[in-house]
Write a protein that binds this ligand. Structure first.
Ligand code: SF4
Ligand code: SF4
Length: 222
């Protein structure tokens, strides 16, 4: 899933300060799962903003909505009956959702209330870790299902770098060395010999370095 964290309240306040009435929009997908921008967080942020402005003697009217998916035009259309009644939109979705609203409602200012972080997985309650950088040409079949692009601090495709200590990364001792994890996994699979296979230089053209990407499925496209 895409992970996100709510922006500091002070930053959000400055975005909405010029306005009298805003639409605060959450999303029911990834940001709900990582507790950053779902219905509950919309309610909490709404209360926090109203309290902050009341302390300043200012009124801010907030209409709250949470869409099924903010990155999907079908659901973003649901805002059309409300958008003209507000001065601005504050989105609690990832950057994809914010941009979808900005594209559909060009005349309305739209601001992000969360910082979009990475594609990750839940490690345990309240902890999410980066797992994939969407490189466009997945290598997991070569590395025992552990991603060296996202999980090695140096993005080494043929590691380790030699700096790891007791299985931890030399760049950040808080995290496991990705190449230690790859070794452990290959060993568990009984495929230790694959550790010495050289992974060829990666073709980065399908990654973000080639500019914004698109997936076009001819069988689905209209
Ligand atoms: S190799 Fe690329 S696509 Fe596969 S998990 Fe890593 S970053 Fe994601
Ligand atoms: S210690 Fe491991 S994870 Fe850290 S940079 Fe070196 S090979 Fe990559």
């Amino acid at each position: 899933m895409i992970t996100a964290e709510r922006k500091p309240l002070e930053e959000i306040i400055e975005y909405v300060r010029p306005f009298g009435k805003i639409l605060l929009v959450g999303c029911n997908e990834c940001v709900t799962v990582c507790s950053a921008g779902g219905r509950k967080e919309v309610g909490l942020l709404s209360s926090a903003l109203q309290m902050a402005f009341m302390k300043e003697g200012k009124m801010l009217e907030i209409k709250e909505m949470t869409l099924e998916r903010q990155c999907d035009p079908e659901y973003v259309e649901e805002l059309s009956g409300h958008i003209n009644q507000v001065d601005a939109v504050l989105s609690m979705a990832c950057g994809c959702g914010v941009q979808e609203i900005a594209q559909r409602y060009r005349e309305k200012p739209v601001f992000p209330a969360v910082n979009t972080k990475f594609m990750g997985a839940s490690e345990r309650q309240g902890v999410w870790s980066e797992r994939c950088q969407g490189c466009g040409n997945c290598l997991l079949g070569l590395t025992g299902g552990i991603c060296p692009v996202a999980r090695c601090s140096k993005r080494l495709l043929n590691g380790p770098c030699g700096g790891s200590t007791k299985g931890k990364c030399e760049i950040n001792p808080e995290i496991d060395c990705a190449w230690q994890l790859i070794w452990d996994r290959l060993k568990a699979l009984g495929q230790e010999e694959r550790y010495s296979d050289i992974i060829p230089a990666k073709d980065w053209r399908p990654s973000r370095d080639g500019g914004p990407r698109k997936i076009i499925r001819e069988d689905l496209a209209s």
